[in-house]
Structures are given as structure tokens and as C-alpha cells.
Design a protein around this ligand. Structure first.
Ligand code: COA
Length: 328
């Protein structure tokens, strides 16, 4: 008899270098006061030049595998969610497979921006439930510092680097399980948040090299409005599918983009702020990594305990959104 799919381990890795708002203000026309008031972000991590997205991903994955007590060579599926791959091809997951020594694993990337980790979770869950794989390593990893325009103060203050991972496998009797998932996309809004250059639509050439087109561009106010509505709806979808009420939810882990967005969602879901996990003051927005890092921190600090009902909800470029409800 199937008992569903459980999260057997979590892990995260943040690069050592901390860039505070005050340090950032020395080379960008901004201030700690502006950034904190508008976003809640106080610092972000910056990966070293020779530290690629795959390296961040592998370090987070090693910690998750250790906790799950699964050997790297026994991993059957690796999905890396990222918008900042090491290379356009092959997939970052292929580098991770090699770095971990998970030579039997099928490995590919998912590109769903900040919703990517929860897209990967839904995929992995369904593939395990269908019997295709016994276990899966899902990773959200980003080196956004390589893709922000450090001359654009409206975006560069928001993002940071990092990685988080989770190991999924078939649940045994009495173990926690993923209760419900939801994913969605609105391709009419691709213009709101994108990296316009560096793809086939706009290759970087000697003529446009100075325009920094391979960096994140965003219409912040528009994104803000969509984020609140889409995340509220997606969270409500999984709460309903899981048969939960607001008061059953032990902790909400929202995408870590902006404290004002998080507060707006908490109030719309009727969940008090103390049951909403926040770490964006330390790391900024790490896109696909954000929820994965937050899940690991909440787990390792004991904020998530056995039996707890956890709701994760994300939103990002695409536009994409996703949510998951878990019984821990
Ligand atoms: N430092 C100082 N001033 C800044 C600044 C910065 N880093 N960035 C922008 N400003 C200035 C602007 O130039 C503008 O000045 P003006 O009024 O003289 O023209 C003023 O601050 C207000 O800018 P605006 O863009 O209207 O601010 P905002 O209140 O919309 O906040 C965001 C900007 C980006 C914080 C906000 O729109 C946001 O959080 N959006 C969602 C972004 C997001 O989370 N994206 C990821 C989703 S996955």
C-alpha cells in the first residue's frame, strides 16, 4: 500500500561572502534605509568567481543526502531548478550528477524561476508515485550575482546567491508526506520579469555587449501585484486539496522576495506572522533556491516538527507560481 512521498532530508549552502546594504551603498546609489523599508532585505551572499551554481547545488545536496541517509551513488533522479545555469547546455543537473558521483541518476534542469523548486517537487513526487524512480534529489540553486546589472539600483539590491535541496522518496507507514501540490503559469506576462539577452532571441554580440542585456530586468510594481494574488490563490488551492483549515497550518514558507509581499500573503491567508518563516533579511531573493533554503533552515532549527502541516508557496518570472502542503 502506498503511503505517498516523503521528504527524507533537507540541506542548504550559502556562499561565505556577505554583502550588506551598507557595503552595497558604497558602489550603488542606494541606502540601507531604502532597501530595508521597501523590501526587508539587509544582506545577501555572493558566490566566489570560481564557485558556480552547480557547486552551490552540490554542497546543499550533500547535506540533504547525509540527513536522508541515502548514498550519492543510489540517487535515481536529480532535478535542479535554476535560472542561472553554469552553461546554457548541458543542464546544471549534469554537473551536479558528476560532482556528487550519482552516476546512475537521470539529471535535468527545470526553468521556472522562483517557483522552480516547487515545480521540481511536484515532478519528483509524481515520478516516484508512478514507480519510475525510487528517490529524487531536488535542488534550487542560483548564482544571481552573475546575472544582475550592478548599475541598476532598482534590481541589483534585491538578489543573492545560494542553494537548497531536498531528498524525496516513497514514504513508509507513519512517515510524513506531501499532501498536495499546485503549479501554474501565465505566459502573457513574460515581459514583467526576464533576462532579455543571451538566448536565441537576443544573442550577446560585440555590438550590444555594453547594454548588459544578459541581466535581470523587472517591472517591480506590476510584479508585486501579481505576486500577492497568485501566491494567495496557489496556497489556498493546496490548503483546500489537503483538506486543511488556516488554523491547522503550523508554518507557511513563502518565497523570500519582499517582506511586504510576505506580510500581504500572510494576512490574506489568515495566518499570524509568527507562523510565517522569513530569512530574506539575510539572503535577499535567491529565486529557485529561496524556498529550499528556508525549508532547510526551518527544519534544522526545529521550527518544523514531526506532524506539522507546512505550506510552501512561490511566485516568479514566467509568470509562474506553485505551492505545496506537507505533513512533516
Ligand atoms: N535605492 C534607492 N532608491 C531607489 C532604489 C534603490 N535601490 N530603487 C529605486 N529607487 C527609487 C526610484 O528611482 C524611485 O525614485 P523616484 O520616485 O524619484 O522616481 C523610488 O525609489 C520609488 O521606486 P519604485 O520602483 O516606485 O519603488 P517601489 O515602491 O515599487 O519598490 C520594489 C520597488 C522593487 C522594491 C518593489 O516594486 C517590489 O518589491 N516589487 C516586487 C519585486 C519582486 O519581488 N520581484 C521578484 C519576484 S520573484
Amino acid at each position: 500500500m502506498s503511503h505517498g512521498v516523503t521528504i527524507a532530508g533537507t540541506g542548504s549552502y550559502l556562499p561565505e561572502k556577505i554583502l550588506t546594504n551598507d557595503e552595497l551603498s558604497k558602489f550603488v546609489d542606494t541606502s540601507d534605509e531604502w532597501i530595508v523599508t521597501r523590501t526587508g532585505i539587509k544582506a545577501r551572499r555572493i558566490a566566489a568567481d570560481d564557485e558556480h551554481t552547480s557547486h552551490l547545488a552540490s554542497k546543499a545536496a550533500e547535506r540533504a543526502l547525509e540527513q536522508a541517509n541515502i548514498a550519492a551513488e543510489d540517487v535515481e533522479l536529480i532535478i535542479v531548478a535554476t535560472i542561472t545555469p553554469d552553461t546554457l547546455t548541458p543542464a546544471t543537473a549534469c554537473y551536479v550528477q558528476q560532482q556528487l558521483g550519482s552516476h546512475k541518476a537521470v539529471a535535468f534542469d527545470v526553468s521556472a524561476a522562483c517557483s522552480g523548486f516547487l515545480y521540481a517537487m511536484k515532478l519528483a513526487k509524481n515520478l516516484i508515485e508512478s514507480g519510475s524512480f525510487k528517490n529524487a534529489l531536488i535542488i534550487g540553486a542560483e548564482k544571481l550575482s552573475s546575472f544582475v546589472n550592478w548599475k541598476d539600483r532598482t534590481t541589483c539590491v534585491l538578489f543573492g546567491d545560494g542553494a537548497g535541496a531536498a531528498v524525496l522518496r516513497a514514504a513508509e507507514e507513519g512517515e510524513g508526506r506531501i499532501l498536495a501540490t499546485d503549479i501554474g503559469t501565465d505566459g502573457k506576462q513574460t515581459h514583467l520579469l526576464n533576462i532579455p539577452g543571451g538566448g536565441s532571441a537576443c544573442p550577446i554580440t560585440i555590438d550590444n555587449a555594453g547594454e548588459r542585456l544578459a541581466t535581470l530586468a523587472m517591472l517591480g510594481k506590476e510584479v508585486f501585484k501579481h505576486a500577492v494574488t497568485r501566491m494567495k490563490n496557489s496556497a489556498n488551492t493546496v490548503i483546500e486539496r489537503a483538506g486543511l483549515q488556516a488554523e491547522d497550518i503550523s508554518i507557511v514558507i513563502p518565497h523570500q522576495a519582499n517582506l511586504r509581499i510576505i506580510d500581504a500573503i500572510a494576512s490574506r491567508l489568515d495566518v499570524p506572522n509568527e507562523r510565517v518563516f522569513v530569512n530574506l533579511h539575510k539572503y535577499g531573493n535567491t529565486s529557485a533556491a529561496a524556498i529550499a533554503i528556508a525549508l532547510d533552515e526551518a527544519h534544522r532549527t526545529g521550527e518544523i516538527k514531526k506532524g506539522d502541516k507546512v505550506v510552501m508557496v512561490a511566485f516568479g518570472a514566467g509568470l509562474t507560481w506553485a505551492a505545496a502542503a506537507i505533513e512533516w
